[in-house]
Design a protein around this ligand. Structure first.
Ligand code: ZN
Ligand code: ZN
Length: 393
C-alpha cells in the first residue's frame, strides 16, 4: 500500500475516536470515580470488557490466573497489534497516575482500528493489565505468553511533559534477615551475636558500593527490624533493598555485589544470613525507537508538540519494561498537567479527569490507532520495527 492509500484509513480511525468520544469520556470518568487498588480492579475490568464485548471483541477474563486481567481480540492473523490498558489507582490518591486515561485511550484505539478490519487483515489485541502501581501485573502476563506472536504493543501515559521515549530502570527486590543471639547488652554483651550490627554493616557496605556504580543505577533500602530493646543485643534484624539498573546484565552484576555486602556483614558479625528473593524482577525498558518515531509523526500530525531539550533523567521502574523485552513496545508520555504537577500528586488526580486530561486521552487514542494503521498497512514499517527490536537494523 502506498502512503497516499493509508491516509483514508488514518482519517477513518480519527473519525471513529471522535464518534466514540462521549462513551470514552464516560468510561474514563467511571474509572476515575471508582478508583481501585492493584489486583482489586474488578469494576474497571468489568467496565472495559463490557464495552469491548459490545463492540464485538472476544473477551477472556482472569487471564494468567489474575482475576482482574483480561484479553480482548478482534480480527485474526498477523500483524497482531496490542493496546495495553492499565486501570489501577493509588492508595489515598485515587487516579493520581491517570491510569483511567491509559485504559480508556487503549480502549479507544482498539475500537477505532477494529472498524478497519473488514478491509485490512490484522488482529487487534487489548490486554487488560492490572496492578502497575504495585505487584507488576504485566510480569505474569508476559510469562504466561499473552504477548507471544504479537508484533507491537502500545500504551500512552499521561504526564507533565510530552516525550516519546522514557527509559525505565530494571528492578530487583532483595529481602535479607540476620539471625544472631540475644544477650544482656550491659551485663553480658560478649555472650551476644548482634544482628543489628550485621544490617548496619551491610547498609554501610552498600552505601560505599554506590560510589562505584554507573550513574543510572540505584540501590536503596530500609531496615524493617532492628531489635526489641536497647538493653538486649538484637538477635534478629531484617532489611529490604531495591537494586535498579538500565540493563538486565548490569542488574545481575549489581545484585551479586549487593549480596556480597550482605554476606560480608554476616561473616564479620557471626550472624546467620537468609536472603529471600522477593518475587519477579521488573525489567528495564527496551526502547523501540522506530515504533516511537511512527507514533511521533502521527501525534505531530494531530497538532501536538513534542518536548525538546534535555532528556528526562528522573527514572522509575515499570512492568511495561517486561513487555518491552518480549516484543517492540512504546509508552510515550503525553502532557496533561503543568510542569510542576507530576504524577502521584493529588493535583495530578484532578488533571486526570480535567478537559486537558480528556483531550490528551482522545489524542493518545488517535495517535495509537494511526500508528497501528502504519503497521498493518505498510509491511516496510512493520519490518523496520521488528529489525530494530532484534538488533538487525
Ligand atoms: Zn504511577
Ligand atoms: Zn502510571
Amino acid at each position: 500500500m502506498q502512503p497516499n492509500d493509508v491516509q483514508p484509513f488514518k482519517q477513518q480511525v480519527q473519525a471513529e475516536v471522535d464518534r466514540l468520544a462521549p462513551d470514552l469520556l464516560a468510561t474514563s470518568r467511571f474509572l476515575h470515580a471508582n478508583p481501585e487498588m492493584a489486583y482489586e480492579e474488578h469494576r474497571a475490568a468489568e467496565r472495559l470488557t463490557a464495552v469491548l464485548e459490545q463492540h464485538g471483541f472476544a473477551v477472556a477474563r482472569g487471564v494468567a490466573g489474575l482475576p482482574t486481567a483480561f484479553t480482548a481480540r478482534a480480527g485474526s492473523g498477523r500483524p497482531r497489534i496490542a493496546f495495553l490498558a492499565e486501570y489501577d489507582a493509588l492508595p489515598g490518591l485515587g487516579h493520581a497516575c491517570g491510569h483511567n486515561l491509559i485504559g480508556t485511550a487503549s480502549l479507544g484505539a482498539a475500537l477505532a482500528v477494529k472498524a478497519l478490519l473488514d478491509r485490512v487483515p490484522a488482529e487487534i489485541l487489548v490486554v487488560g493489565c492490572p496492578a502497575e502501581e504495585k505487584g507488576g501485573g504485566k510480569i505474569p502476563l508476559v510469562e504466561a505468553g499473552v504477548f507471544a506472536g504479537t508484533d507491537a504493543a502500545m500504551l500512552v501515559h499521561p504526564s507533565n511533559r510530552t516525550e516519546m521515549v522514557k527509559l525505565a530502570l530494571g528492578m530487583r527486590e532483595i529481602r535479607v534477615e540476620y539471625f544472631g543471639k540475644a544477650s544482656h547488652a550491659a551485663a553480658t554483651p560478649d555472650q551476644g551475636i548482634n544482628a543489628l550490627d550485621a544490617v548496619v554493616l551491610a547498609y554501610t557496605g552498600i552505601s560505599t558500593l554506590r560510589q562505584q556504580v554507573r550513574p543510572d543505577a540505584r540501590i536503596h533500602g530500609i531496615i524493617t527490624h532492628g531489635g526489641q530493646a536497647p538493653n538486649i543485643i538484637p538477635e534478629y534484624a531484617a532489611a529490604r533493598f531495591y537494586v535498579r539498573a538500565l540493563d538486565l546484565e548490569y542488574l545481575e552484576e549489581l545484585s551479586r555485589r549487593v549480596v556480597a555486602c550482605f554476606e560480608a556483614a554476616a561473616q564479620a558479625t557471626g550472624c546467620r544470613l537468609k536472603i529471600t528473593p522477593a518475587g519477579c524482577d521488573y525489567h528495564p525498558y527496551k526502547p523501540a525507537y522506530g515504533l516511537a518515531e511512527l507514533f511521533q509523526r502521527n501525534l505531530e500530525f494531530l497538532g501536538e508538540v513534542v518536548d525538546q531539550g534535555p532528556v528526562d533523567r528522573e527514572l522509575g521502574s515499570t512492568d511495561v519494561g517486561n513487555v518491552s523485552q518480549a516484543i517492540p513496545t512504546i509508552q510515550p508520555m503525553l502532557q496533561i498537567s503543568p510542569r510542576e504537577v507530576t504524577c502521584h500528586m493529588a493535583a495530578f488526580a484532578e488533571a486526570a479527569v480535567s478537559d486537558a486530561g480528556h483531550r490528551g486521552m482522545l489524542l493518545a487514542a488517535k495517535a495509537m490507532a494511526m500508528t497501528a494503521v502504519d503497521l498493518v498497512t505498510d509491511p516496510t514499517s512493520l519490518a523496520r520495527v521488528a529489525d530494530e527490536f532484534h538488533g538487525r537494523a
